[in-house]
Design a protein around this ligand. Structure first.
Ligand SMILES: [Zn+2]
Length: 233
């Protein structure tokens, strides 16, 4: 029996008034044209035992004969399940109320289950637990590795400051919407090196190292100055 609050009581009374004195097809009893409207089919899972003749064999596989010289046998039963259909006398009122109560019982059961489940999770989960999955493509471990190996800055362009006539680098700080313009040494590129850089988009390794060091130094200074956090060497 489900819990009956005020809403459900009201609904029950309403259903009772709507369906009282009616056949299963919704006619009033006085003008129902067919007496079969008072019956409905109910299916039930039933089991039935079916007898089966099993001939008896001895250990060497030959038939055992009885006193009259015939093959001896055992009668064994196998159980078979089937859906049995029953004709049940019913009326609209009882049938509707029964279905309504069944629905409410099922609803209560599911609600109770959900409550229990959420409470269990709250009780057994620690505050320090990881919120993201432990397996999969971007698992907890993969995420740690990914964030630990991020570059501090991205070099976006190397260009020329026309006023001071020195090369400068434009870099973007990682995980910030911030760009820095870094001064580079005046004679960074030789004539040939500059031509190579423009023509083939290639920079010599020594030059690349100089640029990287200058940018890293600039980023360190910037972060120290603006966030007051100690940046690891
Ligand atoms: Zn009827």
């Amino acid at each position: 029996m489900p819990k009956l609050d005020d809403n459900r009581r009201t609904r029950l009374v309403q259903v009772f008034n709507e369906t009282n004195g009616k056949c299963l097809h919704g006619h009033n009893y006085s003008d129902c044209p067919d007496k079969s409207h008072d019956f409905r089919l109910e299916s039930k899972l039933e089991r039935v035992a079916i007898p089966k003749i099993q001939l008896c064999l001895n250990s060497s596989g030959n038939y055992i004969l009885n006193r009259s010289g015939l093959r001896d046998y055992l009668e064994v039963y196998t159980v078979v399940k089937y859906q049995a259909q029953y004709l049940v006398k019913d009326n609209l009122r009882d049938w509707t109320i029964k279905k309504l109560l069944d629905n409410w019982t099922e609803y209560d059961r599911q609600e109770k289950n959900a409550d229990w489940k959420s409470e269990y999770e709250i009780r057994h989960k620690l505050q320090s637990d990881r919120q993201y999955p432990l397996t999969g493509r971007f698992s907890g471990v993969a995420k740690d590795i990914f964030y630990d190996s991020q570059p501090v800055f991205y070099l976006e362009a190397i260009c020329f400051d026309a006023i001071r006539s020195i090369p400068i680098a434009k870099i973007r700080l990682a995980s910030r919407q911030e760009w820095l313009l870094v001064d580079l040494p005046k004679n960074l590129f030789s004539k040939l090196g500059l031509r190579k850089a423009i023509r083939y988009n290639k920079i010599a390794k020594t030059v690349q190292t100089i640029i990287d060091n200058a940018c890293l130094q600039a980023v360190k200074t910037h972060i120290l100055y603006f966030s007051k956090t100690v940046y690891p060497d």
